[in-house]
Design a protein around this ligand. Structure first.
Ligand code: HPA
Ligand code: ZN
Length: 352
C-alpha cells in the first residue's frame, strides 16, 4: 500500500469537495435494484406493459419519504417489478456503471437480489446474464471493473435461500460472493448459518448486512457464525466496546452508507453520523451509496454530504478511499494500481 503523502495535511478544507470528487474509489455496497431511477422505472414499465400504482415520475419520487428500513423496502421491491428481460437487467447495470464512472469509481462490487425476481417468474439466468454482461463490458466501456454479489433476502426462509443457491449454481462463474439483505430486525444472521457454510465450501466470498438497525449481537453473529469478510453498514457497533476492538484488530471492513442512514432515520441528522468516530477508532470504514436512486445520491454525493456535516479532513478522505481498495475482493495488482492513482491525486492537491 502506498502511504499517504506527507503533504496531505496541507490540503485545506476548501479543497475537499474537489478532492472527494477526483479521488479514485471502489464502491462495495450498492444494490443494483436500488440504482433504478424513477425515469427508468417508468420507461421499463412502458416497455414491458407493467402497470404502476403511481401516475407519474414525480408522484413516484414523492413517495420516497421513508421512516425506517421496512418503509423503504416496500417501495424498493415494488420498483423492481418492472424488470422482466435480460435487456432490462443489462440496461440497469450499464446505467449505474456509467454514472459511477463519473464519480471516479474504479471498481464496483454490486449486490443483486435474485429472489425479488425469481418469485415473479423471472429466471435466474435472465437476471444473471443481463447484469453479468454489463459488468463484463464495463472495463472497456466505462473504465470500471465490476463484479456481482448475490444477496439472500433474510425475511424469507433458510429453505428458500438454499433453493436460490441451487438455482444460481449453473451461473457460479458470474458472481464472486454472497450477501444477506432486506429486513434486519427479527432475522438474525444465524438463521442462515448452514446456507453460508455451504457458500464458503463453494469458495464464494461472504458478506452480510448487520448493525444497520439491528443490535451489535447481529454483527457478532455475522462475524462468528457466517464468517463474513465484510460487514455491510455495521454502524451499531459503537454500542459495544469489545466488538469495536474486534473489528479494529481484525481490520474487518464496514461498508457505511451515510445518505441511506440519514434517509432511513438511523442518523436523521447527518451531523450525528458516527463515520468519523469509526475511522478515528481505527476501524476499516468505507463510504458507499446503498440505493442511490432512493436515498438522494451516488457515492460522491455521500462523500460530500458526510464530510460537510461532520468536519472530516483530507486524511479521512485518503483513509476511506484507501480502505475501499483494500476491502475489495479485487486482485492485488489492481489494488496496487489504484493506490498509486490515489497517491497521485493527493500529491496533486497537496501541491496546489
Ligand atoms: N438494508 C437492507 N436491505 C437492503 C438495503 C439496506 O440498506 N438496501 C436494499 N436492500
Ligand atoms: Zn444495503
Amino acid at each position: 500500500m502506498t502511504p499517504a503523502p506527507d503533504a496531505i495535511d496541507r490540503i485545506a478544507p476548501p479543497q475537499l469537495p474537489a478532492l472527494l470528487a477526483a479521488m479514485p474509489k471502489a464502491e462495495l455496497h450498492m444494490h443494483i435494484e436500488g440504482s433504478l431511477e424513477p425515469e427508468m422505472i417508468f420507461a421499463l414499465a412502458r416497455r414491458n406493459g407493467v402497470a404502476l400504482p403511481y401516475a407519474s415520475v414525480d408522484a413516484l419520487r414523492q413517495a420516497y419519504a421513508f421512516s425506517d428500513l421496512q418503509s423503504f423496502l416496500d417501495i424498493y421491491y415494488a420498483g423492481a417489478s418492472v424488470l422482466l428481460t435480460e435487456q432490462d437487467f443489462y440496461d440497469m447495470a450499464r446505467a449505474y456503471l456509467a454514472r459511477a464512472a463519473t464519480d471516479n469509481v474504479v471498481h464496483a462490487e454490486i449486490f443483486f437480489d435474485p429472489q425479488t425476481h425469481t418469485e415473479r417468474g423471472v429466471s435466474m439466468g435472465t437476471v444473471v446474464h443481463g447484469l453479468s454482461r454489463a459488468c463484463r463490458e464495463a472495463p472497456a466501456q466505462q473504465g470500471v471493473s465490476a463484479a456481482l454479489i448475490l444477496c439472500f433476502l433474510r425475511h424469507l426462509s433458510e429453505q428458500q435461500a438454499f433453493e436460490t443457491l441451487e438455482q444460481a449454481l449453473p451461473f457460479r462463474d458470474h458472481f464472486i460472493g454472497v450477501g444477506l439483505d432486506s429486513s434486519e430486525v427479527g432475522h438474525p444472521p444465524e438463521k442462515f448459518a448452514r446456507v453460508f457454510a455451504r457458500c464458503r465450501e463453494l469458495g464464494l466470498h461472504v458478506v452480510a448486512h448487520a448493525g444497520e438497525e439491528g443490535p451489535p449481537d447481529y454483527i457478532w453473529q455475522a462475524l462468528d457464525v457466517l464468517r463474513a469478510e465484510r460487514i455491510d453498514h455495521g454502524v451499531q457497533a459503537v454500542h459495544d466496546a469489545a466488538l469495536m476492538a474486534r473489528l479494529a484488530a481484525d481490520r474487518v471492513p464496514l461498508t457505511v452508507c451515510p445518505l441511506s442512514n440519514q434517509k432511513l432515520r438511523v442518523f436523521p441528522d447527518l451531523a450525528d453520523h458516527n463515520l468519523k468516530a469509526l475511522l478515528d477508532a481505527g476501524l476499516m470504514a468505507t463510504v458507499n451509496s446503498d440505493d442511490p436512486a432512493y436515498f438522494g445520491g451516488y457515492v460522491n454525493d455521500n462523500f460530500q454530504a458526510v464530510f460537510a456535516a461532520t468536519g472530516m479532513t483530507a486524511r479521512h478522505a485518503w483513509q476511506l478511499a484507501s480502505n475501499s481498495f483494500d476491502a475489495s475482493f479485487a486482485p492485488p495488482e489492481d489494488k496496487a494500481r489504484w493506490h498509486r492513482q490515489l497517491a497521485d491525486v493527493f500529491s496533486r492537491f497537496a501541491a496546489a
